[in-house]
Design a protein around this ligand. Structure first.
Ligand SMILES: Cc1cc2nc3c(=O)[nH]c(=O)nc-3n(C[C@H](O)[C@H](O)[C@H](O)COP(=O)(O)OP(=O)(O)OC[C@H]3O[C@@H](n4cnc5c(N)ncnc54)[C@H](O)[C@@H]3O)c2cc1C
Length: 415
């Protein structure tokens, strides 16, 4: 087979794993090219610790090239258009051809789509936002904190709950417990609805224990920055002193322009292979929308949450399938829908949610008790993710592998 070019768009969690796995698996005559607009990668799960002051910005970010296996060609550029017919991508620096395309462009945050939100809300959903919020929390004198999931879908179903608990914990550590009320609003009927009612109840208990007031079924229509009021659909408005938002998300506009998305702007894929309806074009991670078994209401299908753990596993599947094809073998790797999440609860503790999101008739996800072990597990995973290629990364992977065997969760093992 002649030399091929595998082009990966987006060097976040999914794109980095895809690039590294492909480079590991395909012979050197084939080119693996990673297009990423930023030179530095920031590890999003650690934005929460940036917000609490437990991490400095340089501790949770790395140069993209440090995280990439030798032999991957990095193009630091913004992808601007995709021509699926001619298999070409135009970036702001150059035009690139491909034989295989892996789309890993994630989701964009668009706070400006809700009136008043961008003028007044803080957020821990971005690198810069988490640092600003850290400073705000250090000087906050007390009052009502509203943490608001402003629209669906959003990435990491656990993060708003973790954020609310860590904000409460940070203010408690500042001695402000008596002067602060933390409220969490979401349009969803319960915490992490995709994982079913039992898990939702368990997370609600975690929130209650941390003193968080949980308000389900609250759809945000607008924010009034002058009166500091949240305006909800068919619910009373709510006054806040500090507003922390999970901003609305949308798919990358270039994917819609290329004709790769559904009406909502997300890329439909085969849930096992991550193939799109275009030959040799795959999509992974937050950019995709994957319906899964189970329903809350007859007219509301469930979709796989947007999470790094899924982007990671999907990237491995795509890399294995492309490598198999290039070796003239039938691809067999499939994404099984397994996932997990360490839910930070404050005071160096975390819970652990894990399970099979493709289980029938509905996802089977459970929550292990809150304790220090899962918090340490989250730190180990962070350290593995941010370690440059080499011995340190291998040693951390071995530690995680041993730990995960003890916990009987083999799909935790990173490469
Ligand atoms: C606060 C927070 C906590 C989280 N905690 C967890 C957790 O504990 N566990 C978990 O599993 N998930 C967690 N997540 C979610 C996780 O970070 C995302 O689901 C994951 O990053 C998705 O990976 P991705 O590769 O699809 O997208 P991303 O990682 O967002 O990567 C997309 C990349 O594409 C690049 N890009 C975008 N457009 C272009 C363009 N036009 N040209 C070139 N490059 C472009 C971006 O710069 C980015 O690097 C958390 C997220 C947040 C915000």
């Amino acid at each position: 087979m002649s030399d091929k070019t595998i082009l990966i768009l987006g060097g976040g969690i999914g794109g980095l794993v895809a690039a590294n796995e492909l480079r590991r698996r395909v012979p050197p005559e084939h080119r693996v090219v990673l297009v990423e607009k930023n030179t530095r990668h920031a590890f999003a799960p650690s934005f929460l610790w940036l917000m609490t002051g437990d991490r400095k910005p340089e501790q949770i970010s790395r140069e993209v090239r440090q995280l990439v296996r030798p032999g991957v060609q990095i193009v630091t550029a913004q992808a601007e258009t995709i021509d699926l017919n001619n298999r070409r991508v135009q970036t702001n620096a150059q035009e690139l051809g491909y034989d295989y395309l892996v789309v890993a462009l994630g989701a964009e945050l668009v706070p400006e789509t809700i009136p008043g939100l961008s003028e007044t809300a803080e957020t821990f959903y971005t690198f810069d936002g988490a640092q600003k919020l850290r400073d705000t929390l250090q000087t906050f004198r007390g009052g009502t904190v509203a943490v608001v999931v402003s629209a669906l879908p959003y990435k990491c179903p656990g993060a708003p709950h973790e954020g609310a608990m860590l904000i409460a914990d940070t203010l408690r550590r500042r001695g402000l417990s008596a002067q602060v009320d933390v409220h969490l609003f979401t349009p969803e009927p319960q915490p992490m609805p995709v994982a079913g009612p039992a898990l939702g109840d368990a997370v609600k208990q975690m929130l209650t224990k941390q003193g968080i007031h949980f308000h389900p079924l609250h759809k945000l229509n607008a924010v009034n920055p002058q009166t500091r009021e949240l305006v909800f659909e068919n619910k009373d408005s709510f006054k806040y002193d500090l507003l922390v938002a999970i901003p609305p998300h949308r798919g990358a506009p270039i994917l819609r322009a290329a004709g790769l998305t559904n009406e909502a702007g997300w890329v439909p894929v085969n849930r096992a292979t991550m193939a799109t309806s275009f030959e040799n074009v795959y999509a992974i991670g937050d950019a995709t929308m994957i319906p899964i078994p189970g329903r809350w209401k007859p007219d509301v299908p469930l979709v796989l949450p947007k999470a790094g753990v899924f982007a990671h596993a999907q990237a491995e599947v795509v890399a294995q399938r492309i490598a198999a094809e290039l070796a003239a073998h039938a691809p067999t790797a499939e994404f099984p829908g397994m996932g997990y999440c360490m839910l930070e609860a404050g005071a160096s503790t975390a819970g652990f949610a894990f399970g099979n999101f493709f289980a029938e008739p509905a996802p089977q996800v459970e929550l292990r008790m809150v304790g220090g072990l899962w918090h340490i597990g989250k730190i180990m995973f962070e350290q593995w993710w941010l370690a440059p290629y080499g011995l340190k990364r291998d040693a951390l992977a071995m530690g995680l592998e041993l730990g995960s065997k003890g916990l009987r969760i083999p799909y935790l093992i990173p490469r």
